[in-house]
Design a protein around this ligand. Sequence first.
Ligand SMILES: Cc1cc2nc3c(=O)[nH]c(=O)nc-3n(C[C@H](O)[C@H](O)[C@H](O)COP(=O)(O)OP(=O)(O)OC[C@H]3O[C@@H](n4cnc5c(N)ncnc54)[C@H](O)[C@@H]3O)c2cc1C
Length: 244
Amino acid sequence: MRDMGITVQTGEPAVAISEGAVHTPTGEIPADLVVLGLGVLPNSGLAKEAGLATGTRDAIVVDRQQRASVPGVWAAGDCCQSMHIVSGRPVHEALGTVANKQGRVAGINISGGYCTFPGVAGTAVTRICDLEIGRTGLSEREAADAGFAFVVSTVTTTTVAGYLPEAAPVTVKLLAEKGGGRLLGAQVIGGRGAAKRVDVIAALFLAGGTAEDLVGLDLGYAPPFSSVWDPLQIAARQAVTLLA
Ligand SMILES: Cc1cc2nc3c(=O)[nH]c(=O)nc-3n(C[C@H](O)[C@H](O)[C@H](O)COP(=O)(O)OP(=O)(O)OC[C@H]3O[C@@H](n4cnc5c(N)ncnc54)[C@H](O)[C@@H]3O)c2cc1C
């Protein structure tokens, strides 16, 4: 963001907002528009008052059919917790993609059908100006917290064949479990087409995919889309070497 000419001030709390300015302990920042990005908490007060069990971050506890702890009550979306398919731990993942899928599962079950929610992989994508960022699975800290021993492979290459004018840098970070090489997490940051690459890893999680599986995966290739070895596979090759 700094490279894009954006001034970034971290560790500096906003103590007040007045017309035309945000006030911090070190001074005043002029502002025409103030956007608050304060994180998300589940709105579970009503559910708690009604006696529903809550768990991580006070999110409503549900089973795989999205049933809450009180019979006849279902919950879906930002208010409830999910199971992480990599760590096996309950998490609060407040994303529209999760809410929609859980809503579908709850709706099918409420109307007498049978459907289950498989859990979340922690997949998220965003873009800052031209810079795409994607993540799935566990970060290094999350993997360590969950008790995994793992290798970290980080490579920087290009989004498409390096000789094309639109080629932009892309950095891939892969986490693979020591021993079998099971994929635990991935983060991708780079130019156009970088972020959604994490979807391949998210799909592999469901199959318990390893770094070696990723190396051999038959991904599409033509110069405008990637290099012959997709950036993910270059990172996976390095992970296989680190695991040896
Ligand atoms: C700025 C922004 C950008 C986002 N971008 C993305 C994105 O790019 N990708 C992504 O996956 N997710 C994104 N999200 C997250 C996504 O919007 C939420 O995860 C999703 O909307 C959650 O759906 P929900 O139905 O659980 O909750 P909500 O969409 O919040 O709906 C809950 C509804 O319940 C109503 N309500 C609350 N209390 C009561 C009550 N007591 N009685 C009656 N009604 C009540 C609320 O008014 C609201 O209409 C974004 C969120 C924000 C704020």
